[in-house]
Ligand binder design. Sequence first.
Ligand code: SAM
Length: 290
Amino acid sequence: MSKKLYAPSTVKSIKDSHDFKFSKSLGQNFLVDKNIVDHIVDGAGIGPDDLAIEIGPGMGVITSEAAQRAAKVVAVEIDKTLIPILKETLAEHDNVDVINQDILKTDVNEIIETYGEGRTAKNIKIIGNLPYYITTPIIMKILEDGVPASSITIMMQREVAERINAKPGTKDYGALSVAVQYYCDTQIVANVPKEAFMPQPKVGSTVLRLDIREDRLVELKEKDVFFQVVKAGFGQRRKTLSNSLMGVSGITKEIVKDALEAAGIEPGRRAETLDLYEFAKLSNEVFDRL
Ligand code: SAM
């Protein structure tokens, strides 16, 4: 299809000819602004040797731009009513495969095994304009599954992007910031106005790029304990660490006191003041004492 997929008139005419209905519950806010599509595809730095994996292609507006830059694009779309539409809109690209599946039930590692053709992480990039209702689970699943990709460049609700990107000592800094920054360097690519979508969402959006580090910045004795410490700390963020850490399962007042001391962290501090290194040090000391 040579029609401009980002033109509102194209989206309307495809919608009418296929009797397609936007699904609110699937987070269907389609992009109708070419600049923003470019922000995602250029922001991801997709090149001619790359495999791009797209989450939620919708009518294919990002997919078709990615297909012009990448060696191969694999797009995972849950809505089966979009599959015949994508067949039409992407007909001119022979390097695109669409998989009709729920991304949360998809083994992305398997997609890479099937379509990666020996590529290493450097040439594998994940992109998308995400359904906002599952932004965090999607990101955490990709990171926790150890998907060998170099970056994830995605549109999400602005508030979530700000939380993921937040630095210690700021109001947005929390468990989500630490969890994502444990795996990635984060960078805001662009803030996006509501007018860039059809239908328009109620909230502002942001394109965020996550660069997955090959090696972790901190060494953890036990990842589970690290995440428990982070969760407990921010679970009661107004409390001092000596109180909030009591939320870690199996911990005692004595362990909290000794672990804080051994990590060189003042017991009167709050979780929001700790950086990644301090959380790592503290959780390793807790682990040694549990
Ligand atoms: N990429 C298109 C665009 O920018 O115009 C559509 C973006 S729209 C915000 C989100 C897309 O994700 C929709 O096409 C929706 O059907 C799809 N989607 C929602 N939940 C999904 C899931 N669990 N797995 C895969 N795709 C999903």
